[in-house]
Design a protein around this ligand. Structure first.
Ligand SMILES: NC(=O)c1ccc[n+]([C@@H]2O[C@H](COP(=O)([O-])OP(=O)(O)OC[C@H]3O[C@@H](n4cnc5c(N)ncnc54)[C@H](O)[C@@H]3O)[C@@H](O)[C@H]2O)c1
Length: 306
């Protein structure tokens, strides 16, 4: 199978590329290296440097493959309030350019990495795929939900097929953002104090990147609908204070925890998140890690690699 992975120099994308190549697939990585790194690139993949906001670039390069795995995106929820155009330009325009290039070049299958954030402040936990109404509370979330809508419309209008994955927090080696990365960075700068955004009681579910990429490929293999939507997450959750304790323990530190207060970490943060992943499990996916063991495994990798 011949594939393109947009965002394949980034955290999740590079792990997905490694897995596709280990399965014998041909992979072309498309990435503008805004957040991705050359050292993440698999040597057996062809690399095309470019920006998906450029429609001409997409038309020229998103072609001659069986599947496009579209991961390239602006991923920082916190930038939205300061740059309200950012998620629109990067994520909505970028995804539209990918879909248009696929339509023009007759590429029929797209895999899209969406997020738990599309559920907004869900009142059902764990949240299943058919939960609604979907009320995003950040510009990033709005961009992901818009992308999902556009993908569904393209599939139904132009005879394409899609696999849309709504991720819990994905963690693992090579990550360059997120709570574990932030806590390690802060503790390296000041081993005696750790600033914790919010009151520490926010709870989220974490999924190891290896389990996440397995899930993507199980869904792609077994999902037979025109549009297949799957949650990817573990069966449990962990609160922020517990994560601070795990990071401190792994770094052999005993810092003071300084909470910034309030029940959320930032504008657009969701206080509780846990996804119901039964739909994927029913077709054969089984994760190796729960939230806490994924956190410990990731901390070991991050402390070794940075
Ligand atoms: N990490 C998570 O917990 C998580 C959770 C939910 C959804 N996702 C989604 O998974 C995908 C991958 O996220 P990640 O955590 O690996 O982030 P990442 O920042 O490591 O990867 C994104 C990649 O896209 C590239 N990119 C960004 N804008 C681009 C553009 N305009 N043109 C070309 N390349 C561009 C970046 O250089 C980077 O390599 C994203 O779509 C993200 O929204 C991630």
């Amino acid at each position: 199978m011949k594939t393109i992975v947009t965002g394949g120099a980034g955290f999740i994308g590079s792990h997905l590329v490694d897995k596709l190549i280990s399965w014998g697939y041909e992979v072309i990585v498309v990435d503008n290296l805004s957040n991705g790194k050359k050292e993440n690139l698999n040597k057996k993949a062809k690399f095309v440097e470019g920006d998906i906001k450029d429609a001409e670039f997409c038309k020229d390069n998103i072609k001659d493959v069986d599947v496009v795995f579209h991961l390239a995106a602006e991923v920082d929820v916190r930038k939205g309030p300061e740059e309200p155009n950012l998620d629109f330009k990067e994520n909505i325009v970028g995804t539209h350019n990918i879909l248009e290039a696929m339509r023009i070049n007759n590429v029929k299958k797209v895999v899209f990495t969406s997020s738990s954030v599309v559920y907004g402040e869900a009142t059902v936990m764990p949240t299943p795929e058919d939960y609604g109404p979907l009320v995003p509370i950040s510009l990033y979330a709005a961009s992901k939900l818009s992308d999902e809508a556009m993908i569904c419309a393209y599939c139904n209008t132009f005879d394409m097929r899609a696999w849309i994955y709504r991720f819990a927090n994905v963690i693992g080696s090579r990550e360059s953002h997120g709570i574990l990365f932030d806590f390690i960075k802060k503790l390296r700068a000041d081993p005696e104090n750790l600033e914790i955004l919010g009151d520490g009681s926010q709870t989220k579910s974490y999924i190891h990147v290896g389990d996440c990429t397995d899930a993507i490929l199980v869904g792609l293999d077994k999902g037979n609908d025109k549009v297949n939507i799957y949650n990817i997450g573990s069966d449990d959750y962990v609160d922020v204070k517990k994560i601070a304790e795990l990071v401190s323990k792994q770094m052999n530190l005993a810092p003071n925890f300084n909470f910034t207060g309030g029940d959320k970490g930032w504008v657009g943060d969701v206080r509780h998140m846990q996804l119901d992943a039964k739909k994927l499990k029913d077709i054969g996916w089984s994760p190796q890690f729960n939230s806490e063991s994924a956190i410990v495994e990731t901390l070991k990798s991050l402390l070794e690699e940075n």
